[in-house]
Ligand binder design. Structure first.
Ligand code: PLP
Length: 400
């Protein structure tokens, strides 16, 4: 069957291939230590789950308005005002089936063919693919490892052209686990302010997972000119351990939000009816914030432990994670070495040999613009972290 030309624009995910291999091994009864998951290992807090039962009992099983019930928009607007100092009103809010769907709709709503989108790397795998699908051109801006993978204001200034339409900011970041300080973000904001044709997509889905006492600031608050030029993305997936629920939301200028709603009215209409009021409750009930903080404290402990153990391995360099739940070590010192007939040439061959010989699943950085690094998620127990790093140490020791 002939497929649409646009399907050639999208790359197949290497990451999915590695995780399919890990799943096949697990199914065959192999004890695989999984550092691949991009999701919390905790369950959704009970009070949010119970709210779904009550929504179903109340018969919230029919179509709702696009994009959602007004109560959810109101709760999101209040969250942005209260926690992020962002004066969005309900008319500035839309929702979608997870952060991923929200980003895709937003690219579709603002990009014209040939518009450039600046993506600092290492980046979340879907940004460039979504940009291409929407007719845009991804412009990758490499974050230097020696500066903690952070792009500099002068790098950003040089990358902006008359065709630049969007700059993506993702702090805390997947896959590097780094977080920009408020001052570093302000310096990037000062550059963007000077280019009025540029808008910002601030992907803040890891805002609650910050460590070492770092404070989160929303990008749109950094300069009065930026508030009307920024779309702020968030979701329930990572902070509330609700990845499977598919709840994402955007705050932004009304004209863009209206355009996204128009698109959505012809695509999905709205997110699932009976999760909408539970999603609102998660944001407004103090038990939501308590649950997040308890998970954050555990992630902080685990992240620090994994990072210390990685740094103690010979010839492994790792930037200290200060957000999200990922360590992103550089494994390139082992390129050119072999094990059981596999030669390591990049992060993919490293990850696949590690999985096959010592049964540890990690994500190669190739899909994120770094073929010298692998991503290890610390959304798993301290015992699993120790077991996996012990196996990684044994693997490195065997490489010749
Ligand atoms: C940086 C970043 N943005 C967006 C998403 C998408 O989130 P969701 O699972 O809500 O679609 C992810 C998911 O891993 C992510 O890491």
């Amino acid at each position: 069957m002939q497929l649409a030309d646009r399907m050639n624009l999208v790359s197949e995910s290497i990451t999915l291939k590695v995780s399919a291999k890990a799943n096949a091994l697990k199914k065959a009864g192999v004890d695989v230590v999984g550092f691949g998951a991009g999701e919390p290992d905790f369950d959704t807090p009970d009070f949010i789950k119970q709210a779904v039962t009550s929504a179903l009992e109340k018969g919230q099983t029919r179509y709702t308005p696009t994009p959602c019930f007004p109560e959810l928009k109101q709760a999101i607007a209040e969250k942005f005002n209260r926690e992020n100092n962002l004066p969005y009103k309900p008319e500035n809010i839309t929702t979608g089936a997870g952060g991923k769907h929200c980003l895709y709709m937003a690219f579709m709503a603002v990009l014209n063919p040939g518009d450039e989108v600046i993506i600092p790397s290492p980046f979340w795998v879907s940004y460039p693919e979504q940009v291409k699908l929407a007719g845009g051109v991804p412009v990758i801006l490499p974050g230097d490892e020696s500066r903690g993978f952070k792009i500099t204001p002068s790098q950003l200034e040089q990358a902006i052209t008359p065709k630049t339409r969007v700059v993506i900011i993702n702090s805390p970041s997947n896959p590097s686990g780094i977080a920009y300080s408020p001052d570093e973000l302000r310096a990037l904001a000062d550059v963007i302010v000077r280019h009025p044709q540029v808008i910002v997509f601030s992907d803040e889905i890891y805002e609650k997972l910050l460590y070492d006492g770092l404070k989160f600031v929303s990008f749109a608050t950094l300069h009065p000119d930026l508030f009307p030029r920024t779309l702020t993305f968030n979701c329930h997936s990572k902070s509330f351990a609700m990845t499977g629920w598919r709840i994402g939301y955007i705050g932004g200028p009304k004209e863009v939000i209206d355009a996204i709603n128009k698109l959505q009215s012809q695509m999905t209409s709205h997110i699932t009816s009976f999760i909408q009021l539970p999603a609102a409750l998660a944001l407004s009930d103090p038990r939501g914030a308590e649950a997040i903080e308890s998970m954050r404290q555990q992630f902080e402990k685990r992240g620090h432990h994994m990072w210390q153990r990685l740094c103690a391995l010979p010839n492994i360099r790792c930037v200290r994670p200060q957000g999200a739940f990922y360590c992103f070590p550089n494994v390139s010192a082992y390129f050119g070495k072999s094990i059981q007939g596999h030669t390591i040439t990049d992060a993919i061959s490293f990850a696949s040999a590690l999985l096959e010989t010592d049964h540890v699943a990690v994500v190669p950085g190739n899909d994120s613009g770094f073929d010298t690094h692998v991503r290890l998620s610390f959304a798993t127990s301290l015992e699993q972290i120790d077991k996996g790093i012990d196996r990684l140490a044994a693997f490195l020791n065997k490489l010749q």
